[in-house]
Design a protein around this ligand. Structure first.
Ligand code: ZN
Length: 288
């Protein structure tokens, strides 16, 4: 018996409790009729036009994204902006949009568990534990262990092979004076992680995998410690959560006999589309 949207939302709220979201966040239902039946669900990172198109092509009644469509509120959903067009198109085709953002980051399992899983890392606990969780499993980021130590160059290759391919690839900041320093412990944070550097340093890990690292925080983190930084495309660090989330909803569907069909979008919605390598040792015109 297919559920109605409000039944599915109750299940989603149990997986990623809205109370776990940051105050500034905008999670939950963006559009959709709570009484409408749901049989197909699409998971994606970004609520952009090509993902809305895919939801319609697949005949989904529910699109679940990690990133909010409107983060700061709006006074208009007119179709003269891309966001308004997405809302119009989804409503016209009876597709609901639901967002699980920082509540999915903090949940157990959460976005960083999926990133650790994609990297085959053993999670030992959250990087910033949620004090309200007696089990000590919820929180931001995860601390992980490698089964065998790798050098920074080996670990970077390892990460690049396991994360979904993007134009950016994987950037590394390692100490050139210690190319063989072994990496045994790693902190991971899906999405923009440079606000967590203090916790990463306090955890005393050998490497940090995240996205969107800026010059100054990254530079300072490297000066303070021998930490190796691995910066992947934002989308690539969060996309593994889509499969985890779909599997969690599949399990709920099976328990209730809902017969939901879930899909994960494979469309790469990282905004960066090309990458030109440059090497100061070989690029003509570079300062010596
Ligand atoms: Zn993100």
């Amino acid at each position: 018996m297919p559920p109605v949207l409000s039944d599915v939302i109750s299940a989603l709220d149990a997986l990623w409790p809205p109370a776990l979201a940051e105050d500034w966040d905008a999670t939950g239902l963006v559009c959709g009729d709570p009484q409408a039946p749901v049989s197909r669900v699409l998971f994606a990172v970004d609520p952009v036009q090509e993902i809305a198109d895919e939801a319609i092509e697949r005949g989904a009644q529910l699109l679940i994204t990690h990133h909010p469509l409107y983060l700061r509120g709006t006074t208009s959903v007119a179709a003269d902006t891309f966001k308004g067009r997405v809302v119009h198109q989804l409503i016209k085709h009876d597709v609901a949009l639901f967002v699980a953002h920082t509540n999915a980051d903090r949940a157990d399992p959460g976005v960083s568990d999926a990133l650790a899983g994609a990297l085959d890392l053993r999670v030992t606990g959250p990087l910033i534990p949620d004090p309200t969780d007696p089990a000590g499993r919820r929180g931001l980021g995860r601390i992980c262990a490698l089964d065998r130590p790798l050098t920074p160059a080996e670990f970077a290759r390892y990460a690049a092979e396991r994360l979904p391919a993007t134009a950016q690839g994987v950037r590394v900041a390692a100490d050139p004076a210690a190319p063989d320093r072994p990496i045994r412990t790693v902190a991971v944070c899906g999405g923009s992680g440079d606000s967590l550097f203090a916790a990463v340093r306090a955890a005393g890990v050998d490497a940090y995998v995240t996205a969107d690292l800026r010059h100054h925080p990254a530079s300072e983190a490297r000066e303070h410690t021998g930490l190796t930084l691995v910066d992947a495309a934002h989308w690539a660090t969060e996309w593994p959560w889509c499969a985890l989330a779909a599997a969690e909803l599949d399990a709920v569907s099976e328990r209730h006999g809902w017969g939901l069909r879930t899909h994960v979008s494979h469309r790469i919605t990282d905004p960066w589309t090309a990458h030109a390598s440059s090497d100061p040792n070989t690029t003509p015109g570079a300062p010596n």
